[in-house]
Design a protein around this ligand. Structure first.
Ligand code: ADP
Length: 452
């Protein structure tokens, strides 16, 4: 195109030059003829108009090119670009279509209502948003804010908003800015901070939990060695305490080890297909002795019909660990002679197996319920129950184990009435389980092709 433009300009200027020369040649001869001047003026102006038209066409094509480039950038960017006019015509003059991807609200919605940004925010952030969109912060420009934005579907995102206030003299006339979704970065940052804090907490807990039994073991062993404890009966008692404390320590160390492996996803499970009813019968048989020893009146309810038709994809040893833990808690926190109800059911849609373990024991206070699955958390309980073998890690491990099976664990409880711990795990039909197994096998082969 530039070659062509050059050629046109060259031709026009050549005509112009030749024209001028020709006119000057005839000027002396026809100076008196009025028509001669008229032709000359006409000739010059036609050329002027030609040049002017070419100039306009060229500028217009340049503008539309810039416009196209801007549109491509604005409409394909993941960030949202906006221009907000202040004054009488207050409102969004432009907001890029990416706003719909980010928030679920289309740009058109913003054009109609200058305060439409309220729709994306929590009311506690309205004030801050007004400050941004009224261009009040003219000192720090561009300024960056982080606001919590709600997607139309309820999902929460963190938006980093950078705005520049455009001034005309002393007056702010518009705001231009962009919004970036920094949810992933923000969450990672929060997680890092939380994990740092939890590591500190863990260290202080662990050193405390380990130190207490060790101090007591050391005390008794020294007393035995230097003869402070001599009576045969006292020696036996002291030995018992040392053994018990050592068992506690061993359990604590094992629990901590397993939990840290689970939390860092380094724990290896041996998942396998199992009929839900087989798992149920196995669990009931294995732990009925413990329940008997705990002197609890046992009642069981089993949904034989459905459980015999569906399958689980589980590591049976780990599910047994969860069950054993819940049963031993139920025994621990319930008076002998009280009731224990075990239910093995499925939910209405037959998507999950439900195991409910309901005791009629001391129960858990409302304030403690949200925390019982947190590590080292122990609710207030009478001193006779609060024995040395409690680590406060049991339920935390149960939760990790159940979640690794794609399930969940929850509790309902009332002080003095009892507690129900519920484990929920996905169940599958015979066809579904075959697909899962097939996938597992091909995954394993991909990872370790030699095994075939
Ligand atoms: P612990 O080793 O202390 O039993 P857990 O993690 O198993 O640790 O349980 C955490 C806390 O939850 C317990 O200290 C207890 O206060 C409460 N709890 C757990 N199971 C029951 C239950 N069946 N009845 C009452 N309280 C319970």
């Amino acid at each position: 195109a530039t070659q062509r433009e050059k050629a046109i300009f060259t031709i026009i200027f050549m005509i112009w030059g030749i024209g001028k020369a020709v006119f000057s040649l005839f000027e002396a001869q026809y100076a008196q003829v009025f028509g001669f001047y008229l032709v000359e003026i006409l000739f010059s102006n036609v050329l002027n108009v030609c040049i002017f038209v070419i100039y306009i066409l060229k500028t217009r094509s340049e503008i539309s090119r810039a416009d196209r480039i801007f549109k491509v950038i604005a409409e394909n960017a993941t960030d949202v670009i906006f221009y907000y006019t202040l004054g009488d015509q207050k409102g969004f003059s432009y907001i890029s279509p990416s706003i719909e991807r980010m928030t679920g609200h289309p740009p058109a919605a913003f054009y109609g209502n200058p305060k439409y940004y309220y729709e994306l925010l929590d009311s506690s952030d309205y004030h801050q948003a007004d400050e941004i969109f009224e261009g009040r912060n003219t000192e720090a420009s561009p300024a960056t804010y982080i606001l919590t934005i709600y997607h139309k579907n309820g999902k929460r995102i963190y938006g980093e908003i950078t705005v520049t206030v455009i001034m005309e003299g002393e007056e702010p006339v518009a705001i231009e800015g962009f919004i970036r979704d920094i949810t992933i970065t923000k969450l990672a940052e929060d997680e890092l901070q939380a994990s740092r804090k939890s590591r500190e907490l863990l260290l202080s807990y662990v050193s405390h939990e380990l130190r207490t039994p060790i101090t007591s073991i050391l005390g008794y062993v020294s007393a035995l060695k230097d003869g402070t404890i001599q009576e045969e009966e006292d020696v036996r008692k002291a030995m018992d305490i040392v053994i018990n404390k050592s068992i506690t320590l061993e359990r604590l160390i094992n629990d901590l080890f397993q939990l840290s492996k689970l939390e860092t996803k380094q724990f290896s499970f041996r998942f396998q297909k199992m009929e839900a009813l087989d798992l149920t019968i196995g669990l009931i048989n294995k732990y009925s002795m413990d329940i008997e020893k705990g002197n609890l009146k046992l009642k069981t309810k089993i949904d034989y019909g459905v459980l015999s038709e569906v399958f689980l994809f589980v590591d049976p040893e780990r599910i047994e660990q969860v069950y054993a833990n819940l049963i031993s808690n139920a025994i621990k926190y319930t008076k002998p002679g009280d009731r224990l109800l075990l239910q093995f059911l499925t939910d209405k849609k037959k998507e999950n197996m439900l195991i409910h373990i309901s005791d009629s024991g001391i129960g858990i206070a409302k304030a403690d319920i949200p925390y019982v699955f947190e590590r080292f958390y122990r609710a207030e309980s009478p001193p006779e129950i609060r024995n040395a073998s409690s680590s406060g890690l049991g339920l935390t491990i149960c939760k990790e184990l159940v979640e690794a099976h794609g399930g969940s664990i929850s509790v309902k409880s009332r002080v003095g009435k009892g507690s129900t711990f519920s484990v929920k795990m996905p169940i599958y039909s015979a066809d579904q389980i075959q697909q899962i197994e097939g996938k597992e096998i091909s995954d394993a082969q991909r990872e370790n092709p030699d095994r075939g």
